[in-house]
Design a protein around this ligand. Sequence first.
Ligand code: DGY
Length: 325
Amino acid sequence: MKPKLLITRKVFPEVIEALSGCFEIDHNINDDAWTPEELRRRASVCRALYVVASDRVDAALLEACPELVMIATGSVGYNHIDLDACNARGVLVTNTPDVLTEATADMAWTLLMAAARRVSESERWLRAGQWGRWAWDQFLGADVHGSTLGILGMGRIGSAIARRGMGFSMRVIYCNRSEAPGAAALGAARVGFDDLLAQADHLVLVLPYSTATHHIIGERELGLMKPTASLINIARGGIVDDAALAAALRGHRIAAAGLDVYENEPALNPSLLEAPNIVLTPHIGSATRSSRLGMAMLAARNLLAVEAGEPPVTPLNAAVLKAPR
Ligand code: DGY
């Protein structure tokens, strides 16, 4: 009998093709997510789960799954999975780093350029039929070339964003707990948190979400930024206090924002919808076909490797493989 695998979202046919020889698959082929109860009921008989970033995998879910040995998430971020609880139960977790790095860096730049040059705001105005004449001061934005790019969280994606900044002759600064390998080669200088906020013309958030980074950008931090600055979040909702950001935009304490992630997504704080000069996208940072297919297939390769008794390709807690279950 094949081991049971639960796939919580409709996924590319290539993935099903790759996995169906090895697993008996329960696949959610609807676009709607299962309720937590439904997810728990279906997962309870499975040996492996194939989840996405919006599936919450907590201790209660794990408790309901006595046969579970592995969770493959189709995301690089894993704050939706209680890793400590997985470690305690000996459940292996894998994620999908690298394959989405360049596409996500492109998206950060898409939001940065659109926010700085007021693309969404001016398009809304044009579509509303308000363009009656050309004017010198219409939709004046901020320069991107030659400005200072700030990166909070200089990992793989942060470095790819910084590398693009070189092409725009930018000064690149970043804040990390330690020196980022390769940052010097990109001409990126490490600075303190408050200096990053105060000096960046365009500040991009690329750090993982955790209790330590919850609302790391709030009223105080927005107050330290330049009134001409833009803030870009492609990391995770909850890193930014969305209500404080909307208030800062309304009060012209910063000039612009570009967000791909939100505190309670897919629900949005309504104040964001009304804020001036904000570009909003629905968590599509990695959404190019090649990047998403790369993520989906990497999650599948992790499952296949473990099932074949081989080491997983991109484990988050490989130590559980050595511990007795
Ligand atoms: C990730 O990989 O973490 C992206 O946010 C997609 O969920």
